[in-house]
Design a protein around this ligand. Sequence first.
Ligand code: ADP
Ligand code: MG
Length: 254
Amino acid sequence: MLVLGVCSLKGGVGKTSVTLGLASAALERGLRTLVVDLDPQGDSTLALATAPAAGDVAGVLETPSADTLAAATSPSAWAEAGLDVLVGSAASARHDARDGDDLDRLRFALAWVHDYDLVLVDCPPSLGGLTRTGLTACDRAVVVTEPGLFSVTAVGRAMRTIDDLRRGPAAQLQPLGVVVNRVRARSVEQAFRLEELRGLYGPLVLTPFVPERAALQQAQGAAQPVHAWPGAGARELAGAFDDLLDRALRAPRT
Ligand SMILES: Nc1ncnc2c1ncn2[C@@H]1O[C@H](COP(=O)(O)OP(=O)(O)O)[C@@H](O)[C@H]1O
Ligand SMILES: [Mg+2]
């Protein structure tokens, strides 16, 4: 089982979109997948058309156990089987203030998870206790960014957080790299930022980039996986997520 975290300091750069795209690619490939919705906004729970559950991720973080985990896990309507969600909740926000010794609550809870090939952790837009708790449960993490000025500086802070965690509670955590999202082919400003990212992070800048395509928002709005959405834009997105999933599954584990 691979546990992959999707994080960024900033909101709106595409963490949830990348999580959903990877879940769609995993479903296509027949991998049994659990999406952990750590964002108090619950976007991935909504977009995955998750059936109502008795519990939620806040309950799991409060009392990590087999029971709270089972109560908070619910199937996504994207598929008949093979894709579940650890349901998000506004109440998880109170865990964002937590830090220090408490960061292994999700990792502890996931010790009861055995039926999945892949766990994707969709993090909130901060590098606070909630994201740190999420990353501490992960084997690998990607940092999502757009190719813009403020986003590029935010990548550095996310990378340093991953580094800190590796030297602390999450020795197993490896930074897989930077996923560059919403890339437009003909933007001069973006091309400049992409060069800047490559200069700073070299091979950690993952390819392919995720293009900006209306199909992504259309599929999300219809609560459908992008692999099931018609059109050239959706195919392009699906291909990018297939390659990124390959990359995540291929990277050597420590
Ligand atoms: N590659 C893309 N092409 C088009 N729209 C995108 C793309 N990536 C993200 N979006 C849109 O941008 C908004 C923010 O993305 P989201 O994944 O929710 O970001 P985050 O989870 O980081 O806050 C959403 O409405 C999403 O549909
Ligand atoms: Mg999100």
